[in-house]
Design a binder for this molecule. Structure first.
Ligand SMILES: NC(=O)c1ccc[n+]([C@@H]2O[C@H](COP(=O)([O-])OP(=O)(O)OC[C@H]3O[C@@H](n4cnc5c(N)ncnc54)[C@H](O)[C@@H]3O)[C@@H](O)[C@H]2O)c1
Length: 436
């Protein structure tokens, strides 16, 4: 097979985060610690993951980063925007995710990272008030100011290229309008301050105009919009989303494929969470929760496919709750009660109590998304990157396709895409892999 060409990693890669709160600062601090050898980047496929090539008998299983040319941790430069002007050290301390020992070890580097002024329209995140925000002018002026920020950041840090991962708050639920249907309508909407254009859409537009790939870590309405997809195609820049797949949904997309594979029926799946970080506070607003709910609810349907197996999944009651409970901070607890039934219809129950740490689960996804989006860009891939569905709670696909939520199918797709990028054969598991 011919080896496709991927532009090599030369020089530094900027990772720009709109939103430098708990997830953003835990990600940055973790990278700084890992590159000094003070902690391990656990949970990151780009750093620790392996990938088999050829038959099992070949025993050829390199690290993913040995197979595809990814930016090295030492080549990363971090920046971003936030509503609050605190540097990354102060923000990380406030988020209270990492220990004092960990933060002290990289305090100087964190303190040097100051967020740029945010684009913020309070009607999209009603529980927060912006202090450190760009003011005046039209939404187009604000978008152009973000483009200036990106150019300055690249110039000041002598970057070769940059990629953005949205780590900002969850915006309120909105349906697309006419302004989102084409790039022309959207740019016109920016000029005349169309109220349907959200801050995340402004960042995304500015990034794509600057040929900076954009990954959406929240359930915001962004990468699925025809206008932004058109721009991604025009500028040949990658786009992906949405909503990091971390705690409860990660568990759901691990467990549900197993139950379905064994043809066990499900009557009900009740999921509830308590969390007390700022994300929890924002999600306490019913309109922001609505975005999250939509993103969380879709996963079971596409895994269980009740339309194909109504006897097993046609009557399933699925409920998701998120409760803001300040004493827990970032240490979220997610309970799942699953009412299942087996042979002859006899009922059984599965209970999951996941005591997780939200930002600890999300940080490696930010790293992987940034590095894989940059890889995709250098490999000449642009527009929606469906092979990164592995990382998302609600993967955006082409409109004619249903999203694939099964974590194991997502993993296979991601690894086969990586193999394909370097001219290796996909692994299909379809035959006994003995040498002919
Ligand atoms: N932690 C997880 O497991 C997880 C999983 C899936 C999705 N997410 C999403 O990731 C996002 C970040 O989560 P977090 O726990 O870090 O939240 P956080 O509240 O600690 O941080 C979000 C930051 O974004 C900033 N912000 C809000 N609007 C902004 C704007 N327009 N421009 C720039 N900055 C803006 C806020 O000031 C805040 O500092 C949330 O949307 C959350 O829903 C997190």
């Amino acid at each position: 097979m011919n080896k496709p060409s991927i532009r090599p990693t030369q020089g530094k890669l900027g990772i720009l985060l709109p939103g430098m709160g708990a997830v953003g600062t835990t990600f940055i601090a973790g990278c700084l610690l890992a590159r000094r050898g003070l902690a391990r980047p656990i949970g990151s496929a780009t750093q620790l993951g392996t990938i088999r090539l050829g038959n099992r008998a070949d025993a050829n299983v390199p690290l993913i980063r040995e197979l595809v040319p990814l930016a090295d941790m030492d080549e990363l430069v971090f920046g971003g925007w936030d509503l609050f002007g605190h540097d990354a050290l102060e923000a990380a301390r406030e988020a209270a995710v990492l220990s004092r020992e960990h933060l002290d070890a990289v305090a100087d580097e964190l303190a040097a990272i100051r967020p740029m002024e945010a684009v913020f329209f309070p009607e999209f995140v009603r529980r927060l008030r912006g202090e450190h925000v760009k003011r005046g002018g039209s939404k187009m002026d604000l978008a152009e100011a973000v483009r200036d920020d990106i150019r300055r950041f690249k110039r000041d840090n002598e970057l070769d290229r940059a990629v953005a991962v949205w780590c900002g708050s969850t915006e309120v639920h909105r349906e697309p309008t006419a302004v989102h249907q084409s790039l022309r309508a959207f740019e016109e909407g920016l000029r005349r301050n169309d109220p349907a254009i959200s801050p995340s859409q402004v960042y995304c537009w500015a990034c794509l105009r600057e040929e900076v790939g954009y990954a959406n870590g929240a359930p915001n309405l962004t990468e699925e919009l025809p206008a932004l997809q058109e721009l991604a195609r025009e500028t040949r820049t990658p786009l992906s989303g949405k909503d990091f797949k971390t705690g409860q949904t990660l568990m759901k997309t691990i467990i549900a494929p197993g139950l379905r594979a064994r043809q066990l029926g499900i009557n009900g799946w009740f999921s509830t969470n308590i969390l007390g970080n700022r994300d929890g506070e924002v999600l306490d607003d019913p309109e922001s929760f609505k975005s999250k709910e939509v993103s969380k609810m879709g996963v079971l349907d596409t895994i269980l496919q009740p339309e194909l197996q109504p006897e097993l999944y046609g009557n399933m009651y699925h409920k998701v709750r998120i409760n803001y409970y300040p004493p827990r901070g970032d240490a979220k607890e997610g309970w799942d009660n699953i009412d299942i039934f087996g042979w002859l219809g006899y009922p059984m129950q599965v209970k999951v109590d996941f005591l997780c740490r939200d930002s600890i689960l999300a940080a490696p996804l930010v790293l992987d998304l940034a590095l894989f989006m940059d890889l995709a860009h250098r490999a000449g891939r642009f527009g929606l990157q469906e092979w990164l569905s592995f990382y998302y709670k609600s993967p955006t696909t082409r409109p004619e396709l249903y999203p694939e939520n099964n974590l194991f199918v997502q993993k296979t797709k991601m690894k086969n895409t990586l193999r394909e990028m370097v001219g290796e054969s996909p692994i299909t598991h379809t035959r006994d892999e003995v040498r002919s």
